[in-house]
Each structure stands twice: as structure tokens, then as C-alpha cells.
Design a binder for this molecule. Structure first.
Ligand code: DGY
Length: 322
């Protein structure tokens, strides 16, 4: 019997993909630095029984229509806004993601970004490296305190809750806004549910962890930023399109808010000459929320296990349901 063919759209650890090599012919986009071009993916999908995809690959109707043998798409991310899940499901194609295993790693990065933005850690490190440090001074690179402040988390899913848990260690007051109440976060972490507006006006740190959906697209616009405190710091570790970047730029330049820490952008990779990146009060990271070796290896392995399950006629561990 013909072995299934699996296409992996980015260089991954072959060791972690071992479950796939056991059952299928696996081909991987080999260039470390460059993503698989769209035209290559459009060609590969025509023979593929499974795809292991990245959040930067657009798995849209056109691509899914070419995948006449396609049975499963396993996305190396918890987010799946790059995939037309509804259309895939209509065609009987299973979509899988990598929830849970990246929760703590992403929460660590999100809280790290908050600390970095508040205490101006990148500016401080660059100050020394650039040989600018001439003397100690009372207000040299003075930032904002984090401890005992109010954090407002928009999107209180698992990662939001893990960020809230970290915030308790800093004696922070925790507010959150979410589609539904998170009773566990309320009872175990003392998080208080509030309206979006109320969260914006009351928080010192507004942390966006909401998934990108029709409802959350451009949720953070000028109106929202104007409601934040002038000393407020905005952190985004979910998806860039949840924010209107031009409005964020205006809010930062006009001192409607004090600073922003961004791990995600509307167009990734964002370029160094982008107006947002040039601002001193912006910390920009290259979408590294879940990027620890341990977690990325676990994510690769989970994708492989999910694909193997579907191709073997079994239920995958983490299927996306919408
Ligand atoms: C995800 O998994 O969706 C994250 O954005 C990756 O870091």
C-alpha cells in the first residue's frame, strides 16, 4: 500500500517528528531562515495527506481546494486564525493546534515583556553596551513599578490565567475581560471580571491575550487607547490584527499611553523602519511567545502525534473545534 505523504512547511526537528517517519514519507521545507513560499505550498498540497503548518502559512480556501487527498492540517501554534477551519471541516479535513503545552512558556514571555516595558530593560542594557553610562543618577532610566499595580487581562483563557498567576507573585490587582467568566481565575487568583471600558480605565497594564476573531479584530483602536491611563502600558502577545497599529502609534506619540510591549504585529516580520519599532517607548519582539526549546520541541511532537492519529483513523489529541 502507498505510504501517506506529509509536507512540513518549515524546518523542524526530525527527532520530534519521528512518529511521522514511521508511517509516512515526510518532506520538509529545508531553508531555516525563509518560510515556504506560497507557490511551493500550493504545489505540495496537491499530493499531501497531511500538512504540518506554521502560523505564517495561509491555509485558505484556494489551498484547501487543491488538497484533494488532504486529511489533516496540524498547525504549530495554539492560534489558528491562519486557517479557514470552517471550510476545512466542510471538506472533512481535520485541523489540529498545540494548546496547553505552550501555556506557561507564553505566559513567561508575556510577563517578561511587561517587566521589560515597565522597567525599560532593553534601553538599560543598550545604554551600557553603547558605552553611554557615565555616572549613576537618581532618575537614570527610571521606569514604572510593576508590583502592587493593576493588571487588566483581555482574553482570560489558559494563557491569560497563567499570566494572572504570575501577577499574584507581584501582589498585583487583577482585572480581566473575556467572552465568558473564568471562575477558576476568580476563585483561585482573585481576578475580577469587568467590562472592556472599565478594564481600560482602571488598569496600569493592559495585556492582550485574546485570539484573533471577527469580534476582536481592531479591538484596540484610538478610542480604546484614549481610555487607558496616560501612565498605562499596553502589552500584546496574541495577534497583531487585534490592534490598529496606526492608532497605537498615535496613542504612544501623543502620550495617551506611556509605552507598549509587542510580541506580535499586523504584518510579520515587522521591519526595523516601521514607525512603531522606531519609538523609544516600544519594546518589539519577533513573535517568540512560545519559543523555548522545550516547548517548541513538544509542539512539534504534538503536531506529529496528531497527524499520525488522524492518518491511522484515530482521534487526535488536540483537534480544533469551532
Ligand atoms: C501561538 O501558538 O499561537 C503563538 O502565537 C506562538 O508563539
Amino acid at each position: 500500500m502507498k505510504r501517506p505523504y506529509i509536507y512540513v512547511t518549515r524546518k523542524c526537528s526530525e527527532e520530534q517528528l519521528q512518529p511521522l517517519y514511521e508511517i509516512a514519507d515526510v518532506e520538509m521545507w529545508a531553508e531555516e531562515e525563509k518560510p515556504c513560499p506560497r507557490e511551493v505550498l500550493l504545489e505540495k498540497v496537491t499530493n499531501a495527506d497531511a500538512l504540518l503548518t506554521m502560523l505564517s502559512d495561509s491555509i485558505d480556501q484556494e489551498l484547501l481546494d487543491k488538497g484533494t487527498q488532504l486529511k489533516v492540517v496540524a498547525n504549530l501554534a495554539v492560534g489558528f486564525d491562519n486557517i479557514n477551519v470552517q471550510y476545512a471541516n466542510e471538506k472533512g479535513i481535520v485541523v489540529c493546534n498545540t494548546p496547553d503545552i505552550l501555556t506557561d512558556t507564553t505566559a513567561d514571555l508575556t510577563f517578561g515583556l511587561l517587566l521589560t516595558s515597565a522597567r525599560r530593560l532593553i534601553e538599560a542594557a543598550d545604554y551600557v553596551k553603547d558605552n553611554q553610562w557615565k555616572s549613576w543618577a537618581p532618575l537614570l532610566l527610571a521606569g514604572h513599578d510593576v508590583h502592587h499595580k493593576t493588571i487588566g487581562i483581555v482574553g482570560m483563557g489558559k494563557i491569560g490565567q497563567a499570566v494572572a498567576k504570575r501577577a499574584t507573585g507581584f501582589d498585583m490587582k487583577i482585572l480581566y475581560h473575556n467572552r465568558t467568566r473564568n471562575e477558576e481565575a476568580e476563585t483561585t487568583l482573585g481576578a475580577k471580571f469587568c467590562r472592556f471600558d472599565e478594564l481600560l480605565t482602571s488598569s496600569d497594564f493592559v495585556v492582550c491575550l485574546a485570539p484573533l476573531t471577527k469580534e476582536t479584530k481592531n479591538l484596540f483602536d484610538l478610542e480604546a487607547f484614549k481610555k487607558m491611563k496616560n501612565t498605562g502600558i499596553f502589552i500584546n502577545a496574541s495577534r497583531g490584527a487585534v490592534v490598529n497599529e496606526e492608532d497605537l502609534y498615535q496613542a504612544l506619540v501623543n502620550k495617551e499611553i506611556a509605552a507598549a510591549g509587542l510580541d506580535v504585529f499586523l504584518h510579520e516580520p515587522i521591519q526595523a523602519d516601521h514607525p512603531l519599532v522606531g519609538l523609544n517607548n516600544v519594546v518589539a519582539f519577533p513573535h517568540i511567545g512560545s519559543a523555548s526549546l522545550e516547548t517548541r520541541y513538544s509542539m512539534m511532537n504534538l503536531c506529529a502525534t496528531n497527524i499520525k492519529a488522524v492518518l491511522s483513523g484515530e482521534e487526535p489529541k488536540t483537534k480544533v473545534t469551532i
